[in-house]
Design a protein around this ligand. Structure first.
Ligand SMILES: Cc1cc2nc3c(=O)[nH]c(=O)nc-3n(C[C@H](O)[C@H](O)[C@H](O)COP(=O)(O)OP(=O)(O)OC[C@H]3O[C@@H](n4cnc5c(N)ncnc54)[C@H](O)[C@@H]3O)c2cc1C
Length: 305
């Protein structure tokens, strides 16, 4: 059959690129879809927790190195997005954004997440961050007042992390009851530097080029204004999997469920990285997932083709 690949990888982030490097070295004919070399790495200013870089590194340079390494191993990159993935007979059928079609014996979903901006006004001011682990440390020693928007476990974790670097942390949540684990809630309610606001309707981010404050309404009536130099969004992340025309099992919050070999409920279809139902969403875990999924794809092909 024309255009039949051993492995199709959907996503050019750390998970997809690691899978490509491993798969090529296993001798699998590998095709990779995605239009952003490095995936989410391309927007990360500084990465200080990925081993091998004592002084840290920038996301784009790490992403491009991974991309070049996968290219050097011989993986084929389409630089297009997948618009349809389904099964035809014993193969996966893939259609891309240029309307090209491909077939593959196995596939790895390494398509990451997209940020959720539910209830947050759009802004192009500087000072909006998505990751307290990554960007929080830059406020250390600056007597900064920061805000976290959200009410779940991610928001709780961000508040705990930012409390180590900021002089004040505001937690703003649109609901009445925070949804985070009780242990986290107990910790943050005891912290004097943390102020919790509930029933919040955010109206505006204040400031010219950079955010200097937030204007919001609480309980539908009282207007409040706080000064902050950074806003950490923890409204949530979402999977975007509408291109998959297969009955894929997912967790209640939409992450792809896998077994220990990272295979989904669809035989021969694997998931790796942030898109998977996992408790650590970082570069290092995405890379490890990619390597494991490639090995599992190799084993699947050896057993079934
Ligand atoms: C602001 C920020 C800072 C961070 N800082 C750190 C840090 O310091 N250290 C750390 O370890 N982690 C950090 N992370 C987390 C880290 O970026 C992710 O855990 C990691 O990138 C996940 O890798 P991935 O390959 O699973 O997904 P991604 O990196 O999200 O890559 C997925 C790729 O798949 C592509 N894709 C999606 N759908 C399709 C489709 N239909 N067809 C083709 N391609 C598709 C996407 O466009 C994307 O390029 C940070 C995250 C953010 C947002």
């Amino acid at each position: 059959m024309n255009n039949l690949w051993d492995l199709a990888i959907i996503g050019t982030g750390p998970a997809g690129l690691s899978a490509a490097i491993y798969a090529q070295r296993y001798g699998l004919r590998t095709i990779v879809f995605g239009d952003t070399p490095g995936g989410r790495l391309s927007i990360i200013e500084k990465i200080e927790n990925y081993p091998g870089f004592p002084e840290g590194t920038t996301g784009p340079s790490l992403g491009l190195s991974m991309f070049s390494q996968a290219q050097k191993q011989g993986a084929h990159f389409t630089m297009t997005m997948v618009v349809a993935l389904t099964r035809k007979g014993e193969h996966f059928y893939i259609r891309d954004s240029l309307d090209n079609t491909f077939y593959s014996k196995t596939a790895i979903l390494a398509c990451g997440l997209v940020p959720s901006f539910k209830g947050v006004p759009l802004t192009n001011k500087k000072g909006i961050y998505l990751c307290a682990t990554c960007d929080g440390p830059m406020f250390r020693g600056k007597d900064a007042s920061l805000a976290v928007i959200g009410g779940g476990n991610t928001a709780g974790a961000q508040v705990l992390q930012l409390a180590n670097v900021a002089s004040q942390v505001h937690l703003l949540y649109r609901g009445a009851q925070l949804k985070m684990e009780r242990a986290t809630l107990n910790k943050i309610t005891k912290m004097t530097k943390v102020k919790i606001w509930t029933n919040v309707d955010i109206k505006e981010f204040l400031g010219d080029d950079s955010i200097t404050g937030i204007k919001f309404i609480i309980n539908g009536e009282k207007e409040e204004q706080i000064e902050v130099s950074g806003v950490f969004l923890a409204v949530g992340w979402e999977t975007r999997l509408s291109f998959i025309e297969l009955d894929l099992h997912k967790s209640p919050d939409g992450y792809i469920l896998t077994d220990n070999s990272l295979m989904t409920n669809v035989p021969g279809l694997f998931a790796a990285g942030d898109v998977r139902d996992t408790d650590l969403r970082q570069v290092i875990s995405a890379c490890a997932d990619g390597a494991r999924a490639a090995k599992s794809a190799l084993e699947y092909i050896s057993n079934f083709f």
